[in-house]
Design a protein around this ligand. Structure first.
Ligand code: C5P
Length: 241
């Protein structure tokens, strides 16, 4: 179980919606939520200002752009992404150690340039919408847990602060990476909610008990008839209230 502050700080609301709805949600959850996730849907349309505007609402921002390219490009991309003021940025573990190390350099340069704390980097392992069949489709013929562990260990060793994985791998990853690693888990579904396209899922409490540091939750809050009630019921689940 978490304290109320820990619970509020553990939930990252995925704003996969348009700008108007994103600000409506930020107002609805004002003073309750600590984190939002700005992903490609918002960022590609509205650009860096959306990060600034969310921070002006007192929210911390996970900028989930899943950066994946050659190291030179990734260094520049992460430097630019970090200059937005984002607190956490995602990059792809599949980009290999050289790419992760370049991302880390980009984040460090941005921190120096703007005199802020360095943005933390989390490496995507295997998307939570994928299962063993989809992994085989791209030619990776090994159990998901093994591939997640490989990408997590290379990413962490190369300078990522943590990883993104499904709650089903969180416990093994916590054991492997230790207590300091940032373990971010999407694929969170409160009991009775629709799974959608997610495959490797768990409830909020099960994910925290498995060792997740942060839970990325989108549709169960954003598409709920009452997002504030949906958010508060997850907080209650995590605090045992
Ligand atoms: O709506 P839902 O709760 O399924 O949203 C999950 C969010 O987490 C989405 O914004 C998606 O981009 C993100 N995500 C994911 N799997 C990953 C990394 C990020 O589902 N491996």
């Amino acid at each position: 179980m978490l304290t109320e502050n820990e619970a509020r700080d553990a939930i990252i609301i995925a704003l996969d919606c348009d700008r108007e709805r994103a600000f409506e949600l930020a107002s609805l959850l004002d003073g309750r939520a600590s984190w939002v996730k700005v992903g490609m849907t918002l960022f590609y349309r509205y650009g860096p200002s959306i990060v600034d505007e969310m921070r002006a609402h007192g929210l911390k921002v996970f900028l989930d752009l899943k950066v994946h390219d050659i190291p030179f490009q990734v260094k520049g991309a992460v430097r630019s992404a970090a200059l937005t003021g984002a607190d956490i940025i995602s990059i792809h573990g599949l980009g290999t150690s050289a790419m992760i190390a370049a991302a880390r350099e980009g984040a460090e340069e941005a921190a120096e340039l703007c005199g802020r704390e360095r943005a933390r980097l989390v490496a995507i392992s295997i998307l939570t919408s994928m299962n063993e069949e989809s992994l085989a489709e791209i030619g990776i013929e090994c159990p998901i847990a093994e591939e997640v562990a490989r990408l997590a260990s290379l990413s962490y060793a190369a300078g990522a602060d943590g990883i993104v994985c499904s709650p089903q791998e969180a416990s093994a990853m916590r054991g492997m990476l230790g207590p300091e690693a940032l373990i971010v888990t999407p694929g969170i579904r409160p009991l009775g909610s629709d799974k959608g396209d997610q495959q490797r899922i768990a409830t909020p409490l099960a994910a925290i008990e498995a060792g997740s540091s942060k839970l990325v939750i989108g549709r169960p809050i954003v598409q709920a008839p009452d997002p504030r009630a949906a958010f508060e019921s997850i907080v209650a689940e995590l605090t045992g209230a």
